[in-house]
Design a protein around this ligand. Sequence first.
Ligand code: SAM
Length: 212
Amino acid sequence: MSRDSLLKIGMRHGTDKPDHQFLPHYDAIFASRRDDHLQIMEIGINTVTSPEGGSLRMWKEYFPNAEIYGLDVMPEKAFTEDRIRVFTGLQGDAEFLDRVVAQTGPLDYVVDDGSHCSCDHIASFAALWPHITPGGWYIIEDCASIFNDCWTQPDEQTILDVIWKRLKSILSTGEDSINEVRIIGDGCNDGLVMLHKRAVIGQFHLKEVMDP
Ligand SMILES: C[S@@+](CC[C@H](N)C(=O)[O-])C[C@H]1O[C@@H](n2cnc3c(N)ncnc32)[C@H](O)[C@@H]1O
């Protein structure tokens, strides 16, 4: 039996992600693990135009066996229902994120759709990346904000600088916990940065490949 795509489910729940053209990119990486018992977190619950929790309910329907966690600074956006739990706090507050992860346990997928400020991209990534499971993904949406001084000051560090500093260990030694970086700007979305966590750290050694 064919199942609805993430795009179709997202449109049903009223999240603004279909407008940004993000969902087919997610379907491509998530479909093979759709029935797994995953832990998924989204930072940022809803826009002024989307219904409360639309994207969390989209994840819940797409992943029928997953636990869905939301995180938002606005207490009025918090709600709880079967397989959905929302935490209230700032995404840039490392102590708050530590308390959240102490309750959720390791996370398979994190989607940052919160403030879109570069300082928050970096702070959330620093706090949450260590808790991503091997083979999991950390995704940052609407990354055009990196080039807009409403969200990023001209001399401010961005998530792209963080990745850039790690490229040598990603590309040449294979010892970085990131094994894949996808930067997607297809001209009709607002830019995605998708980071895949290496399934086994330090497995790849150039010597083994060169040995006969
Ligand atoms: C773009 S909306 C999220 C849209 C939703 N993810 C969707 O796909 O329908 C951004 C959300 O991030 C929240 N937010 C903004 N700044 C934040 C911060 N510093 N920490 C946590 N949440 C924040 C806002 O309250 C708002 O609910």
